[in-house]
Design a protein around this ligand. Structure first.
Ligand SMILES: [Mn+2]
Length: 466
């Protein structure tokens, strides 16, 4: 965790932004996997709770009483039975002091705090819950049925937290750099182990082990698959085969839960084929293009569409696409190849603050999402960039047999696509290259001092040498 002054400062800023009422930030509880004492490991705290209260223990709630300027840490001290099994931990009072809160209260006091606020008709601000135990807790405390809790969540609180968490502090950027170091180890491990005859699961499991060894956990379930065209393809028991591509999309969380998120695509045999290189070089150009145009004031949606246009131009050269590029991108024809957005915010959550709803994080009054068009509706980040934002840059080209069949059957975008040529790519798979961009005062840079090899020559050289 950071020093207590960090949390005091953040809570004070939050109070100024939300202005009045009582803020309740629920920390997470242990989450059972198959029985209560066999929880998912490691415990993952809620990121907004972490941002304002910094504490990793389960069973805590942070209360920020704006009107009375009191920060209260709510939670129960553990008893002797827990100490026998898990060892001693700090008391809730000590933890409150560690994060500069004014006082600590036992969990049963939360009901009193809520009742008093409700009686006085003061607004109680809470975030949309994503865990069912918290939904029951909110139902019990505030009488709001779980199905109404998302719409009753505080927009003032959501907006204030998005405003604050979107711009990363220098100490947060240091954490993200630490996560990148672990991410580098994960991806170079995948490159070392990728060879014909090993299973996807073996490589994926080793990659996960690195995240656990150096940090806290993976920042999302590792994707390691020869079916790169399946966006979230989990590692299977399939054996890696020479001639195919393996796509690895993986990241780590530091012990303080800051994330990395990178993707590399490598030839199982160690050498790209000519056909693979042709597609790879387009994705590589798109990846580098974003680096040259992303800067404060530029809408990330515009960076996305300029990448789409570059990709479409290059695919026309290969005979896979045709027609006017600007019209094709307007029509969404590029989504045949790139059915997702260029990137998303990243911080303590790999899709930062996604629990606050992407429309509140990646968009604003000026930049609205397009929820209608296939592909474009997956753009998670569209609004103007600011210094201190961290976004991913992750273009990809995929050949999805079912999508080729679907669009061919309906004639969708047929004026922009060469279906005969597409048919011959149904066995190709998919390629994605992803790195994490920090927006600086006049441009951007990748996070991570050692960039994981991605130029084809570097990937091949690394695989040959290791
Ligand atoms: Mn990503």
């Amino acid at each position: 965790m950071f020093d207590s002054a960090t949390y005091v400062r953040r809570r004070n800023e939050l109070k100024q932004l939300v202005k009045s009422g009582v803020i309740i930030l629920f920390g997470n509880n242990e989450s059972p996997a198959n029985f209560p004492n066999n929880g998912y490991y490691p415990f993952r705290q809620d990121s907004s709770f972490l941002y304002y209260f910094g504490l990793q223990r389960d069973g805590l709630v942070g209360v920020i009483d704006i009107d009375n300027n009191r920060d209260i840490l709510v939670g129960n001290d553990i008893d002797i039975e827990d100490i026998v099994w898990f060892g001693s931990v700090e008391s809730v009072q000590t933890m409150a002091q560690m994060v500069g809160a004014d006082e600590s209260r036992p969990m049963k006091a939360l009901k009193t705090i809520c009742n008093d606020a409700l009686r006085a008709k003061r607004q109680i601000h809470y975030l949309p819950p994503y865990r069912h135990d918290i939904m029951i807790q909110i139902f019990d405390l505030l009488g709001i049925h779980p199905v109404q809790q998302k719409e009753s969540a505080s927009m003032e609180l959501i907006r204030a937290i998005v405003k604050m968490r979107s711009v990363k502090e220098p100490q947060e950027i240091e954490e993200l750099e630490r996560a990148a170091v672990i991410g580098y180890k994960m991806h170079t491990t995948a490159m070392r182990l990728t060879k014909p005859g090993v299973t996807e699961k073996f490589v994926g499991g080793q990659v996960d082990g690195i995240a656990h060894s150096y940090g806290s956990m993976v920042s999302f379930p590792t994707i390691f698959t020869q079916h790169g065209e399946i966006m979230h393809g989990s590692p299977s028991m399939s054996v890696l085969e020479a001639g195919r591509l393996a796509l690895c999309d993986a990241g780590a969380e530091t012990v303080n839960n800051y994330c990395s998120d990178n993707t590399r695509t490598m030839p199982v045999s160690g050498k790209f084929t000519q056909r693979q290189l042709e597609i790879y070089s387009i994705v590589e150009a798109c990846h580098d293009h974003a680096l040259s145009v992303a800067k404060p004031g530029v809408k990330y949606a515009d960076v996305h569409f300029s990448v789409c246009a570059l990709m479409f131009d290059r695919l026309k050269e290969l005979g896979l696409a045709k027609g006017d590029t600007a019209e094709a991108v307007r029509a969404g024809a590029h989504a045949m190849f790139l059915p997702h957005g260029l990137g998303h915010m990243m911080g303590m959550d790999v899709h930062d603050m996604e629990n606050l709803d992407q429309i509140n994080v990646g968009f604003d009054e000026e930049t609205r999402p397009n929820l209608e068009q296939f592909g474009t509706n997956c753009l998670r980040m569209g609004r103007r960039l600011q210094e201190g934002f961290v976004v991913t840059d992750e273009p990809g080209i995929y050949f999805i047999p079912a999508l080729i069949d679907d669009w061919k059957a309906t004639g969708h975008c047929k004026e922009f696509l060469n279906f005969d040529k597409l048919e011959t790519y149904k066995d190709f798979g998919g390629i994605r290259i992803e790195d994490d961009l920090l927006i600086t005062h006049d441009g951007c840079r990748f996070i991570g001092k050692d960039l994981i090899p991605y130029h084809p020559k570097d990937v091949e050289a690394f695989m040959e040498d290791n």
